[in-house]
Every structure is written in C-alpha cells, then in structure tokens.
Design a binder for this molecule. Structure first.
Ligand code: G
Ligand code: G
Ligand code: MN
Ligand code: NA
Length: 254
C-alpha cells in the first residue's frame, strides 16, 4: 500500500523519468532507434528500476496513467530531437498487458501523437507474447486499430513466452525482439546460436525485422551480422541513457 501511494504521488510530483537505450542497425552501424525505459527518481532514494515498481503499478491499475505519461513523454522527447535536427530515430515504448485490459491504449497513443506532432512511423509499441494469448479477439482488434494509426509494433522478449507461433500470422507486427536469454551465450552455446539463427530466418521469411537484445560483445555483434539479424541493442553500444546523454551519443555517431 505504501508503494502504491508512493507511485501515485510520484506521478503527480513528476518523479518518473525515461532513459533511452540506442538501437543500432547492424549493416550500417547507425543508431536508428531508442527504447524508452522507465525510472523512478525518488527523493533520497536514487533511481528505482521498473522491476521493483511495475508489478505494483500493474496490480493497482496505476500502470494506466503511468503508461499514458510514458507515451506522452517518449513522443515529446522524440519530436524534440527531430526538431533539434538530430538523426531520425524511432522511439520504442513498452506496453503492459494491463494497459490493454484496463486502459484505452489506442486513445492514449493517438493523444500522444497529436499533442506532440510526432509522426506515427517514429513510434514503436513493444508488446509481450503473453498479451497476445489473452483476450485474443479484443487484443487483435486493438492491435489492428493501432496499425491503422501508422505506428510500428514489435514483440518484446520474443521466444520466452508461449510456443504457439500462430499469433505471428494473426497479429500484423513489424519486428521481433530476440530475448537476451538467447543472446547472452550466443558465442559459446551452439544451441543458443541455432535458436537465434532460426528466429531470424523465420522472421525474414515472414517479412518481419529482428533486433537482438543484450548484445554485450563484438563476437555477438559479428555472429548476429552473419545471421542477418537486422538490429542490435545492448551494453556494447550503450546502456540506457538519460535523454541529454542519448542526444550527445546520437550526435557523436553522425
Ligand atoms: O529498464 P530495465 O532496464 O530494468 O527494464 C526492465 C523491464 O521493465 C523492461 O524489460 C520492461 O519490460 C519494463 N519496463 C521498462 N519501462 C517500462 C514502461 O515504461 N512500461 C512498462 N509497462 N514496462 C516497462
Ligand atoms: O523491455 P525489456 O525487458 O527488454 O528491457 C530490457 C532490459 O535489459 C532493461 O532492463 C535493460 O536495462 C537491460 N539491458 C539492456 N542492454 C543490456 C545488456 O547488454 N545486457 C544486460 N544484461 N541487460 C541489458
Ligand atoms: Mn522492451
Ligand atoms: Na525484452
């Protein structure tokens, strides 16, 4: 209860902030995206990571207003970078299944795009596999309407959820985010290498892009390029950065 009240107060007091982790196109080495990751800057406590408060936010329903703030802030920031003349990046926002169940995601997205002037193709929404197997018809309808707005959709932590791949046919997503657990030992574990290669091949034949998460070494980068994975994200390039540091990182790349 204390944490729940703390979250409500934190939202009103403007204590949330977003950090941005670069996403790199492997063929060119260019930064083409940024994943927005939520942090709670609690007075006297430093930065609190989402693993500690997102579950409480989901249980209490506070993830709906928090998620609306995240969408608005990520779109505002991406538009500000555009207007400052930085290289164009697509900003990726994590969506919780609870936002789909209890909020009006479509309206929140539309409002954020309209209020900030960010073009829809510069926004990507990260969905989870678990979302796609609950209330399938309702979620499917919402996802279709989101696609019609022109935003991009990706599946986060791909491969860790449910083994049914049928939703890849039904949901018109753009990209698979290959989970870190398959990438971590990519260079040393032939099974992980086989899994990553298979995911990339399947995605290519379905016309989906792939991004590998948790890329920490040159060896991993090299193998992913050989496998024709499209993009990578991880500490090899940068950790999640405060907005001003991300902007400096981006300008240093050009
Ligand atoms: O940021 P970290 O680096 O600790 O992120 C951990 C997890 O928290 C991410 O995998 C992501 O699923 C979740 N997360 C981060 N930011 C957000 C957010 O804005 N909304 C939701 N729903 N989840 C988020
Ligand atoms: O949304 P998702 O669950 O994918 O969030 C990504 C999480 O992975 C964040 O907590 C982020 O801080 C973390 N992360 C990003 N890059 C790396 C990396 O190279 N190695 C590890 N171990 N974690 C990473
Ligand atoms: Mn994510
Ligand atoms: Na992920």
């Amino acid at each position: 209860l204390a944490l729940r009240n703390g979250l409500r107060r934190a939202l009103d007091a403007g204590e949330f902030e977003l950090h941005y982790q670069p996403q790199v196109e492997l063929a060119s080495g260019r930064v083409i995206g940024a994943e927005a990751l939520l942090r709670w800057n609690a007075p006297g406590e430093g930065l609190i990571m989402p693993g500690r408060f997102i579950p409480v936010a989901e249980e209490s329903g506070l993830i709906v207003p928090i998620g609306e703030w995240v969408l608005m802030e990520a779109c505002r920031q991406a538009r500000a970078w555009q207007q400052a003349g930085l290289a164009e990046v697509c900003v990726a926002v994590n969506l919780s299944a609870v936002q789909f169940r209890r909020g009006n995601v479509e309206q929140s997205v539309l409002r954020a795009l309209e209020a900030t002037g960010l073009p829809p193709h510069a926004l990507e929404l990260e969905l989870t596999e678990s979302l796609m197997i609950q209330n399938v018809e309702q979620v499917l309808a919402t996802v279709r309407r989101l696609k019609l707005l022109g935003v991009k959709l990706s599946i986060d932590d791909f491969g860790t959820g449910y083994s049914s791949l049928s939703y890849l046919k039904r949901f018109d997503v753009d990209k698979l985010k290959i989970d870190q657990s398959f990438v971590r030992d990519l260079a040393s574990d032939p099974d992980d290498a086989a899994i990553v290669r298979a995911i990339v091949q399947m995605a290519r034949s379905l016309n989906l892009k792939t991004i590998a998460e948790g890329v920490e070494t040159e060896d991993m980068r090299h193998m992913l390029r050989v496998f024709q994975c499209d993009e990578a994200q991880g500490y090899l390039f940068a950790r999640p950065l405060p907005a001003d540091e991300f902007a400096r990182f981006l300008s240093a790349q050009q």
